[in-house]
Design a protein. Sequence first.
Length: 343
Amino acid sequence: MLKKKSSEENPEIDIQQQIQKIIENTKKEFGEKSVSTLEESGLGGRKILSTGSLLLDKIIEAGGYIYGTIIEIFGQPGVGKSTLALHAISECQKQGKIAAYIDLENKLGKNNEYAANIGVNAKELIKFNSLGGEEVFRFINKNIEEGVSLFVVDSVAALIPEANLKEGAESQGVASKARLISERLPITNLKMRDKDVILIFINQIREDFSSSFFGPKLTTPGGWSLEHHVSLRIMLRPRERIQKDTEYIGIKTQANIIKNSFGSLKKKAADLEIIFGQGIQKEREIIDLAVEKDIIQKSGNWYSYKEKKIGNGRESVIDYLIKNPLVFSEIEQMTFPSLSDNA
């Protein structure tokens, strides 16, 4: 007759039962979503928002921005920070969700046509004009509960505490901004937990001449609290201008993943092509990798797909793919199969 194993002979069973009991009791007291095992709290089932760039989605590894997280996009002026934010809004609206743009730099209204070209529906985009930093966090915290799925704060540098707006408060400067964020952001982060919401901060770069004997160090406004609470930090660097025939049509920007809480520790980068008046074109991003995977064939300057010539030179191939979206969709699914699964 077989003898049943006791918990002493298999202590793992006893530990699992204890853990399950602790979890059940904790849920009764603190709520259903208050506790889980580490295995259950991973990325499984968490929703993803595309960045609007196939290449950036790929190096983030999750396939885009993860709902329930805080993102920081920073860099020099004119490298595409607001463009990336507008692409996120476009992708959010495609998912049938609500987005809000907190326009502290008072510049979004000047870019309505550009936003429309990227795919933003201006009629469905909430634009909040705040006078003080505390108002920004009150607006975000309230509307997390109202169903807004994406907040863009443009920018951290313009996030001014209400006290600083009063006469004679200018001297509070950088320290007061960092204090505001360190006090308010942890509350917002808690409210975002288990919600389908993403918070994107656009930030600038400063040179700190006091931090290094060897010269100025690049830093960002907002203090350590912002860096600690963000799950993903993307630094944009200018690379070169994009030329078509004799005309400059855009800029190439390098997106560097500085921090990624849900990806590998290895820092990654991708070159994004931003076209003036149009933003990021996925048709441009796919060609080189499709050639590398032999999905598109290249012979000299000619490109072919399924034994049919589709263009003489890279720019003509881009034009072809823009005019033939079904062909582009086929190539995209073969080139980025895992990203297609996340869509």
